[in-house]
Design a protein around this ligand. Structure first.
Ligand SMILES: Cc1ncc(COP(=O)(O)O)c(C=O)c1O
Length: 473
């Protein structure tokens, strides 16, 4: 589906009334959820005593309570009550070969048995993994490993300032770049500013400028404003398919314009490819869109579920300004990490990329996503009274029902609408979940190369069940 159509469909949803289950249906679905998951319910009570809020994972279904998962394999997961799910969370995107992939696990187990988990000194896998990333990503000449995407973003921003000697960072509204101080700004929904930045001193965000996606003129003005204020723009950080992995889709010219403005104003363009790297394409979004960023942030798939994955990559001329190793005392961007580049993660990176290439994982996961997108749209369109639709960027799928992320702050009753629509998305999510389909945040699905016809059949059946529970208007 093209950008214009996606945007028009999203607007259609948020400007039309919601389609809520009747109260008695919600009560019935909730009861079914409780009945199916007694052990998880009990474990959640235990968890609340020792873990703040009782859950540390905010991407899966957490209402009325989060599930405790027992094991994963291929495209499936099983909870502690023995329920089986077709999984579209895929750990939040790091899995594309399929969960618990034997060929990969065997390599890692061998390393742990024969070499030990880490030494704090360079291992050969560090170099092999870096070379493997460089081989595939067009804009990457050097790689530095970190322990998470959040850390790699922190390093990217610091490095951009060291290299350009400028101050401001432009962040595109609604995008997610981890939870470090400077980027917990305009989260989830554009123009929300520091609304979620409790505990972060305002001074930490003094040089963060938020720009709404697809506002070309405002973007240029932000560059001009930064120059005027003194300091200029050091970098623009972007999720190349749009904020929240394409939840806020971007105009086909958006990335190109950012590239041009960065060149014009002497700023760096940072592609946050934590999700798109090795998922959208083996060469990431940079290959997919044919745009070369100066710096690339990686995470997720480069560890393929093994802890802890993050890397900053980019042009040599820039990357050598990261503090590292034994060279010189020049002005460098300081960074570190006790377990960064440990042999387990870097071996997982090296082998995961090799295995993805061998099994053509991106193509298979993409083909599946294309097929499921079409079939879900066909199913949704049978209910003409419902504006639901699905779109995908390769193996990143978005299913839109109440579209709470698409509410604009300028829309009537915006905050209330966001709240209600989010609740409704969760109710639908609970209904399909009871039918054995596990998705992300009530809006998103990541696919892997092992999703198959059984997954399609189960997913469509779950949605057919859910749609039948929504009264016709
Ligand atoms: C685009 C993007 N950047 C950065 C991050 C942060 O990565 P991590 O959770 O490894 O810190 C995420 C995590 O979901 C992400 O989606």
């Amino acid at each position: 589906m093209e950008y214009e159509e996606i945007v028009a469909n999203l607007r259609r949803i948020v400007t039309s009334p919601v389609h809520r289950f009747p109260e008695e249906t919600i009560a019935r679905i909730k009861k079914e959820y409780y009945d199916k998951h007694p052990k998880s319910a009990k474990l959640f009570e235990d968890a609340k005593k020792v873990i703040p809020g009782g859950v540390e994972h905010n991407l899966s279904l957490n209402h009325p309570f989060p599930l405790t998962i027992d094991r994963v394999k291929g495209c499936k997961m099983w909870d502690v009550d023995g329920n089986e799910f077709i999984d579209y969370l895929m750990c939040g995107a790091p899995i594309i070969l399929g969960h618990h992939f034997d060929e990969l696990d065997d390599k890692i187990i061998e390393i742990i048995r024969e070499k030990g988990p880490s030494s704090g000194v360079t291992s050969e896998y560090e170099i092999l993994a870096a070379k493997e990333i460089i081989k595939h990503m067009p804009a990457v000449e050097m790689v530095r490993f970190f322990q998470s995407g959040t850390e790699a973003v922190m390093a990217a921003l610091r490095l951009a300032r060291v290299f350009t000697d400028k101050k401001y960072i432009i962040k595109i509204g609604g995008s997610y770049h981890g939870w470090s101080d400077q980027v917990v700004f305009d989260l989830h929904i554009p123009n929300t500013g520091p609304i979620e930045a409790s505990g972060i001193p305002g001074s930490c965000q003094k040089y963060t400028m938020g720009v709404e996606p697809n506002k070309f003129k405002k973007l240029r003005r932000a560059f001009e404003k930064a120059e005027k204020k003194g300091g200029g723009v050091a970098a623009v950080i972007v999720e190349p398919v749009g904020g929240e992995s394409g939840t806020h889709p971007v105009h086909p010219d958006w990335n190109k314009t950012i590239r041009e403005l960065c060149d014009e104003f002497g700023a760096l363009m940072i592609f946050d490819e934590v999700v798109t790297g090795f998922r959208l394409d083996m060469g990431g979004a940079q290959k997919y869109f044919g745009i070369n960023p100066d710096l690339t942030v990686l995470g997720k798939i480069i560890g393929h579920g093994y802890p802890s994955a993050g890397a900053l990559a980019g042009k040599k001329e820039i990357m050598i300004n990261l503090a590292a190793g034994v060279e010189g005392i020049k002005k460098r961007a300081y960074c570190g990490g006790t377990l960064a580049a440990n042999p387990i993660t870097t071996a997982a990176c090296y082998w995961a990329i090799k295995l993805m290439e061998k099994h053509d994982a991106v193509k298979k996961a993409t083909n599946f996503a294309n097929k499921l997108t079409k079939e879900m749209n066909d199913l949704y369109s049978r209910r003409e009274d419902l504006p639901f639709f699905v779109y995908n960027f390769g193996p990143i799928m978005h299913y839109e029902t109440s579209s709470f992320f698409a509410v604009k702050l300028t829309d009537k009753d915006a905050m209330n609408q966001i709240f209600i629509r989010r609740e409704i998305a969760e109710e639908y999510q609970m209904a399909i979940h009871n039918q054995g389909v596990h998705t992300l945040a009530g809006t998103r699905m990541y696919t892997c190369m092992q999703h198959d016809q059984e997954a399609i059949d189960k997913t469509l059946k779950a949605w057919e069940y859910c749609l039948n529970l929504i009264p016709k208007k």
